[in-house]
Design a protein around this ligand. Structure first.
Ligand SMILES: [Zn+2]
Length: 394
């Protein structure tokens, strides 16, 4: 459990995001991996994820959806007191604004072959998350990289007596206005996975920007060391082995198909983070998105001392984590999981621990998510989104 001092520090870190309501800040998915400005102390800042015994209590307050046949309109007129759920977990300093920005709806039962479509009606909705009966979540942003509202579709692959839908807002809203129109369709077939190509760019890049506006134009220098480059590629390939992800480097000819690109090199220190992805790309809707890994970051100093192979392997894991975001994965709190969140549980302080991280089912991060309930099943998401490689299995 975090101390009072640590809780206050969480507040100071989170409130600028929660209160400013500016989309630029909210689009940042920077990964500090244990190297926040106040250093090693950040290990103690994290709040434990809610345990399964508590989860039923959390969702007991969800508003039942008033279905009209297979459609329903949801509004924000019922104020969820999410703060109550966290009583005893977080201090009153942290709770007031940030943790009230949620609406949770009880969808009822859904079964394999059902599909839920969520049409966003409000500009203040930032995220939409679906929870199945096992509280495994799938979720994405309500707006694309250009800020346009998007339709989110959730396929259901198993029998679920209780499903929930959670909305997160850019800022407090309790106006009674409609926030979403939802439609349930039965008997659908699952969508076909679509493989993804990624290029690991070691050649440098000038004026790198993100379409989400979260990264001011910056230069990324080249990664010169051939041993480092080879280790990055090998580690990245091993991490995605079994998934239908084609991994190329800037030493290869550019692919004909659309591809994501991860720039790996010394970046402007003002980036401040070890890695950044331009968005969490729910269901991999954007096949040509961008991320950056800063090879100069001081969080890598321990790995650097262990030689270019270890440094390259550590960078490969950071790049694979950013790729996870570009395929729709959120942060989780398990330090052994590759999508482990920033600053929590000693993340990133031990390069050898970093090298062992893999995609796995894990509880959502309490540090980088404002409503830390549920589990992300990364291997299942990756299988659904990009599919299984024909050559081997994950
Ligand atoms: Zn991340």
């Amino acid at each position: 459990m975090a101390t009072r001092a640590c809780r206050i520090r969480i507040l100071s870190l989170l409130l600028p995001v929660g209160l400013c309501g500016c989309s630029e800040t909210l689009f940042i998915f920077g990964d500090r991996l244990g190297d926040l400005s106040d250093g090693i102390d950040t290990i103690e800042q994290c709040v434990s994820p809610l345990e399964p015994a508590d989860l039923g209590e959390v969702f007991a307050g969800a508003v039942p959806v008033n279905w009209n046949g297979d459609t329903a309109q949801l509004s924000d007129d019922t104020h969820q007191t999410v703060a109550d759920y966290y009583a005893g977990q977080l201090s009153s300093e942290v709770l007031p604004a940030y943790y009230l920005n949620e609406r949770i709806f009880h969808l009822g039962s859904m079964t394999s072959g059902d599909r839920l479509e969520v049409e966003i009606l409000s500009d203040v909705v930032s995220d939409v998350w679906f929870y199945d009966s096992g509280l495994t979540f799938a979720g994405g942003r309500a707006h694309d990289l250009d800020g346009n509202r998007i339709m989110l579709t959730f396929p259901i692959n198993s029998e679920n007596p209780d499903c929930f839908l959670r909305f997160n807002f850019f800022y407090l809203s309790n106006t009674g206005k409609p926030i979403a129109h939802i439609t349930r369709t039965q008997g659908t077939s699952p969508g076909e996975p679509r493989g993804q190509t990624v290029v690991l760019n070691f050649a440098g890049w000038s004026q790198l920007t993100f379409r989400s506006g979260s990264l001011k134009p910056t230069d990324v220098g080249p990664t010169e060391n051939a041993i480092v480059r080879a280790a990055v590629v090998q580690t990245f390939r091993e991490t995605f082995a079994g998934y239908n992800v084609v991994v190329l480097s800037s030493d290869d000819p550019p692919p004909a198909q659309p591809y994501s690109i991860i720039h790996i090199g010394p970046a402007d220190p003002r980036i401040g983070t070890l890695g950044q992805a331009e968005h969490i790309d729910f269901q991999n809707a954007v096949p040509d998105d961008v991320a950056v890994v800063d090879t100069n970051h001081r969080a890598l100093s321990a790995a650097s001392l262990l030689g270019p192979e270890v440094l390259g392997a550590a960078l490969g894991k950071v790049a694979a984590h950013e790729m996870g975001h570009l395929l729709g994965l959120h942060h989780v709190s398990d330090p052994n999981e590759l999508m482990t969140g920033a600053g929590c549980q000693g993340v990133g302080l031990d390069p050898l621990a970093m090298l062992n991280r893999q995609f796995a089912r894990a509880p959502v991060s309490s540090f980088t998510n404002d409503f830390f309930v549920g589990y992300q099943d990364a291997p299942a998401i990756l299988r659904d989104i990009v599919g299984i490689s024909a050559t081997d299995t994950p």
